[in-house]
Design a protein around this ligand. Structure first.
Ligand SMILES: *[C@@H]1O[C@H](CO)[C@@H](O)[C@H](O)[C@H]1NC(C)=O
Ligand SMILES: *[C@@H]1O[C@H](CO)[C@@H](O)[C@H](O)[C@H]1NC(C)=O
Ligand SMILES: *[C@@H]1O[C@H](CO)[C@@H](O)[C@H](O)[C@H]1NC(C)=O
Length: 697
């Protein structure tokens, strides 16, 4: 054989072998690090931590300017026009707004850059100095992104506030950061006016909408605030240009307020370098991300995931179309029947989502299929099973032509819900259930990248690679993060554990933020710098590393409680085991060091319990009454014991007493987060009486 042919064959063989060994592909490899001893893993493709994916770029302002020059004539920001707004009144007297929205209207990179420069000059002309902070308090929209970039061009730090944080947190964070200019929409401006008495440092308000609410005029008249529209600020800047004051990598770009699990919100200080490291990492994760992608933006920009995603999309020359959670699809609540939702109008190729939204998509599709029944349901279930077995590694599953057939016959319609062109989904904020991950994978035919990171690490942490189809894990370290596990002997988690090293997750690298604003004590507790100068953040989450270098989150340090006699109870683990009882809709286990047993608050599953009651011939006037009955509680408790035995729980892990609750826990009640995670403190507070009664009797 000629050496040339051999030369050509060897790489081919290697490639084939490599492909076959995909399941054992090392995605993360051990790395030698400083600081507290532990078991550390880095991304296998990046021996050196990634700080920037663009040569010579070290800030978000630089990245944006570079992209605007390179892609001047391409579309950057798209917004839908409002054609009409109807108010419908439902049978129970509540009114709903229905929107008829038009096609997307676009601004090019060149146009956006000009507006951003004008806005920056206008801010300066209004008297906002670089060392003062602005706050952006608005829904996700094009003006948000432009206000952010405009502030960056003046080296101004931007304070972001979750709209859902509430009044007290809003006042607290604006006051703590001594914000002088608030940039908001007219809806948020109305809220600001209501609390204006508590906002001592605010001098100016820039309203993203031209129409300024009349209630704001009082503040203007009293001379407290200057209220101007964003368009006027741009005009001011156009007529009075001011040179940019560009920030450095170590300057603070964003102070992001997030809810502390207890009490007041905390402001996480993120530098340009922190955010850029994450933007750069995500660039390496989304396969083939380039200037032809279209991104649908609708998650809150007060979340780091969305800020990073939009800066990335704008950094590579792609387009961002804005939408909202309530107008996302043709059947979304606020969309007028028969008109298009954001996804069908935009036809995005890339989207970000939180698990709660994907769960809703999945439920929606399932419900529709079940309603149709008959052949539709049979076909759907069959196609789904065929694809699952392929993904699960069976050679007999639906691949190739058969996969195309199912995609055409069955899944095309599901894909069409999101416009039909999605090729990559980013999911973050909370763990995604394995079922939902599979479901979206199969129905959308697009991989989901699932991430694990925290605001404190600027979302840096781990990310599942697009070809990793395993479920229940959060992937390998991103290129800008080292992930270290350290022993937590009290909780029984050690890096010497077998078959996998386990321990508290500590994240190191250039995305680890500077700390909490004006809160050195708390910062010192959870941020540490090692002898080699590397910053580490102690997450309080417990994880284990699989052999291929991928992380799985298994527990939370805070959620492990020591009982009176020294046994440790992992609340999350026990809840996950007990929630399989058919009578349980949701539950929270409670344990403390003052008692030798635990108790639980159980939200009853109404249909299952009512069915049981009617079978038993138990009469009840209301579901609430049924939940109070001794025999009902007994029945539920017996089912918990059964579930506990099946999961091999210890006796002390089984709640000795329970309180049955008839009202579900929804995000609106404030008892669970938007991603439906338990808010333990809030639940404990709301049911403190019930809890103490459980211990009394
Ligand atoms: C940016 O602003 C910060 C805070 O006001 C300041 O410490 C820093 O020196 C500024 N950077 C530049 C390049 O002027
Ligand atoms: C605002 O912050 C100052 C310190 O910066 C503090 O003294 C004051 O009590 C705060 N006011 C409110 C309403 O929180
Ligand atoms: C996939 O394979 C795993 C292990 O081989 C098995 O436990 C699981 O039930 C399979 N899932 C499906 C949906 O076939």
């Amino acid at each position: 054989m000629s050496p040339y042919i051999v030369g050509a064959l060897v790489p081919l063989l290697v490639a084939l072998l490599y492909q076959n060994s995909k399941n054992t592909k090392k995605r993360g490899v051990p790395v030698d690090v400083g600081g507290e001893p532990g078991y550390a893993i880095r991304n296998s493709r990046f021996p050196i931590l990634l700080e920037t994916a663009w040569e010579g770029v070290s800030t978000l302002a630089q990245l944006f300017e570079l992209a605007c020059k390179e892609h001047a004539d391409k579309y950057l920001l798209g917004t839908r026009t409002l054609i009409s707004k109807d108010t419908q009144v439902s049978a129970d007297g509540r009114s709903f707004e229905k929107l008829h929205l038009g096609e997307y209207e676009w601004l090019t990179y060149g146009e956006v850059f000009e507006k951003v420069c004008n806005f920056a000059s206008g801010l300066a002309h209004l008297g906002h100095r670089s060392e003062e902070r602005v706050a952006i308090f608005a829904d996700t929209r094009a003006e948000w992104f432009m206000a952010l970039q405009g502030s960056f061009r003046r080296n101004i730090s931007v304070v972001t506030i979750y709209a859902s944080l509430g009044e007290e947190a809003l006042c607290y964070s604006l006051n703590e950061t001594e914000v002088t200019t608030v940039i908001c929409g007219n809806k948020e401006l109305k809220k600001l006016v209501e609390v204006s008495g508590q906002l001592d440092t605010v001098k100016r308000v820039i309203c993203m909408d031209d129409e300024i609410p009349s209630s704001a005029s009082l503040e203007v008249q009293s001379g407290r605030w200057r209220v101007v529209s964003m368009a006027d600020v741009e005009k001011l800047g156009r007529e009075n240009p001011v040179d940019a004051v560009l920030p450095l990598a170590a300057d603070i770009a964003v102070i992001m307020y997030t809810s502390g699990s207890t009490g007041l919100p905390k402001g996480v200080m993120m530098t340009h370098g922190n955010v850029l490291a994450v933007v750069s990492s995500v660039r390496t994760i989304v396969p083939g991300l380039e200037s032809n992608d279209v991104y649908l933006a609708y998650l809150p920009l007060a979340h780091i995931l969305e800020i990073a995603a939009e800066n990335l999309v704008a950094g590579v020359g792609s387009a961002i179309g804005y939408g909202s959670p309530l107008t996302l699809t043709d059947t979304s609540n606020k969309i007028k029947r028969g008109t298009k939702g954001d996804a069908t109008a935009l036809r995005p190729t890339v989207m970000a989502a939180v698990p709660a939204i994907l769960d809703r998509v999945r439920e929606g599709v399932r419900k529709k299929v079940d309603e149709k029944g008959g052949i539709t349901k049979k076909l759907f279930d069959f196609a789904y099973a065929r694809r699952i077995s392929a993904i699960n590694g069976s050679w007999f599953g639906a691949r190739g032509l058969e996969m195309l057939l199912w995609n055409f016959l069955v899944f095309r319609k599901v894909r069409a819900i999101l416009g039909g062109r999605i090729r990559f989904l980013l999911s973050g904020g909370a763990p995604l259930s394995g079922d939902t991950q599979r479901f979206i994978n199969i129905c959308l035919g697009a991989p989901i990248g699932q991430g694990y990171g925290l605001t404190e690490t600027c979302a840096g942490g781990t990310f599942s690679e697009f070809d990793d189809t395993s479920v229940g894990r959060v992937g390998n370290p991103v290129p800008c993060s080292y992930i270290k596990l350290i022993d937590w002997p009290e909780g029984g988690y050690l890096i010497s554990d077998s078959p996998m090293p386990r321990g508290e997750i500590v994240i190191g690298g250039p995305s680890v933020t500077v700390g909490y604003f004006k809160n050195e004590a708390k910062s010192k507790e959870v941020y540490k710098v090692d002898e080699r100068g590397m910053r580490w953040f102690y997450t309080g989450d417990i994880g284990q590393f699989h052999a291929d270098g991928c992380l799985e989150i298994i527990d939370r340090k805070k959620d492990i409680v020591k009982l009176q006699h020294g046994e440790y109870v992992s609340l999350g683990k026990v809840e996950a085991a007990l929630i399989v009882s058919p009578y349980v809709d949701n539950m929270m286990l409670h344990a403390d060091p003052f008692h030798s047993y635990c108790v639980a608050l159980v939200v009853a599953a109404q249909p299952a319990l009512e069915e049981w009651a009617s079978k038993r011939g138990i009469a009840f006037a209301s579901f609430a009454e049924l939940c109070e009955k001794e025999e009902t509680i007994k029945e539920v408790q017996a089912s918990l014991v059964k579930a506990a035995k099946a999961a091999r729980l210890e006796k002390f892990e089984i709640p000795a007493k329970i309180k049955l609750l008839s009202d579900p826990w929804t995000p609106e009640t404030g008892l669970v987060t938007a991603a439906l995670k338990l808010k333990r403190e809030a639940i404990r507070k709301a049911f403190s009486e019930e809890l103490s009664k459980l211990y009394e009797s």
